[in-house]
Design a binder for this molecule. Structure first.
Ligand SMILES: Nc1ncnc2c1ncn2[C@@H]1O[C@H](COP(=O)(O)OP(=O)(O)OP(=O)(O)O)[C@@H](O)[C@H]1O
Ligand SMILES: [Mg+2]
Length: 380
């Protein structure tokens, strides 16, 4: 006949039965401590995990399972106090077997109350060394992977830069050779000089980008008129846009002043123009404009009410969503090795944000791209 539910409970509550159950657990060390932390009783799991016989351990203080540094720091007492105050204490840490070997333990201590009086603690310890070591190994492997990725990235960057500088020097050297040959053809010489200057400008921008990246950006801002600044950089920007590219300027009059680092601004603008030029298959038009913006994008945290924007637009192929999402990330580039390091937009973005402004990219495949650098106006 099946025992009724209540008789089953009665059987289970029976001390001997319960003792049997606790004793048959071998994967967990379960032991009873008195209120001071002396061991009153433990199970087979305790013997197996810690390696002591009953007579060696009953009556001893449970702190002997702790490693020396934890004992010195008062960890055993702290565990009991926390369990008493909070109703439970859980922690992972190193513990000792009888042999002196360390194992990584998961420990739970529960206080046992009877009629409002603390009569001891139930302590359950599990040996989770394997899991812990696996987690440590995984962490190490992840660190190693990160390190090797860094080395790979530096390798790629160095390769790219060497190609970049090599290409630029080749252009300059070839131009000088051709100038020597065609000295009597002023038009040709003029074109060659421009080509060499463009290559040298690109080299300068690249070194500037690398220096900013290596040192972090420290700004030396000054008060300027954005339109006057762009007008002053016209020659440099036109030269960098290349021969087959048409470049137009539309600069607003009487703009409020902005407070920016002009070296960084020049580098950022140069990068935008070179980006547009690189995007064209053959030829195209670049428009550089300045203007006042009264409303900022909703997700901008900047406190200013008005921004002066300098924008570079092109009628090139535009960016896909995927490229747009990553465009401002450092080292993101879709260009071949030696044609781009992927630092341009990331720096322009960082520079705008550090100046209290923002960088905005408006692009669509087949429709072209407009990148705006917006800076807060200086209050008078
Ligand atoms: N005007 C643009 N039209 C189309 N794609 C663009 C344009 N500007 C930027 N991109 C895309 O964004 C990427 C990142 O641009 P970014 O200026 O940060 O780096 P880069 O030009 O590739 O290299 P670097 O500027 O360091 O020489 C480019 O590789 C390109 O794919
Ligand atoms: Mg670029």
């Amino acid at each position: 006949m099946q025992p009724s539910a209540s008789s089953r409970v009665r059987q289970f509550e029976d001390g001997e039965q319960f003792q049997l159950l606790v004793q048959s657990v071998v994967d967990y060390a379960i032991y009873m401590l008195d209120p001071e932390g002396f061991i009153c009783n433990w199970n087979e799991g305790g013997r197996r995990i810690k390696g002591y016989e009953d007579e060696e351990i009953i009556g001893q203080h449970f702190s002997q399972f702790y490693v020396e540094e934890d004992r010195a720091a008062g960890a055993p007492e702290h565990g009991l106090r926390m369990a008493r105050e909070n109703g439970r204490y859980e922690k992972e840490g190193w513990r000792l077997r009888k042999s002196g070997e360390r194992f990584w333990a998961s420990v739970v201590i529960d206080p046992i109350w009877k009629d409002g009086e603390l009569i001891g603690f139930a302590k359950v310890t599990r040996d989770i060394t394997d899991r812990h070591l696996t987690a440590l190994r995984l962490e190490e492997a992840q660190k190693a992977l990160l390190q090797s990725k860094k080395i790979e990235a530096i390798g790629r960057l160095t390769l790219g830069l060497s190609h970049d500088f090599n290409n630029l020097l080749t252009v300059i050297v070839n131009s000088l050779d051709l100038i020597t040959i065609h000295q009597k053809d002023p038009e040709r010489v003029d074109r060659l000089v421009q080509g060499a200057q463009r290559a040298a400008d690109r080299g300068m921008l690249l070194t500037r980008q690398l220096l900013t990246f290596a040192r972090g950006q420290s700004l030396a801002p000054e008060i300027i008129d954005a339109s006057k600044f762009v007008a002053g950089a016209k020659d440099l920007l036109t030269r960098s846009s290349g021969l087959d590219v048409h470049i137009e300027f539309s600069l607003a009059d009487a703009l409020p002043a902005i407070f920016v680092d002009t070296t960084q601004l020049e580098a950022a603008l140069l990068n935008l123009v070179i980006n547009s030029r690189d995007a064209f298959k053959e030829s195209g038009t670049i428009r550089i404009g300045t203007g006042l913006i009264e409303e900022r994008p909703a997700d901008m945290e900047a406190s200013a009410a008005q921004f002066v924007c300098i924008s570079v637009s092109d009628d090139g192929p535009g960016m896909t969503d995927e490229v747009l999402q990553q465009a401002v990330q450092p080292f993101f580039t879709t260009k071949d090795v030696g044609r781009g390091s992927g630092l341009g937009l990331s720096q322009a973005h960082g520079f705008a944000a550090q100046s209290g402004g923002y960088l905005l990219i408006d692009t669509a495949v087949g429709r072209g791209t407009r990148v705006s650098l917006c800076f807060p106006t200086v209050e008078n």
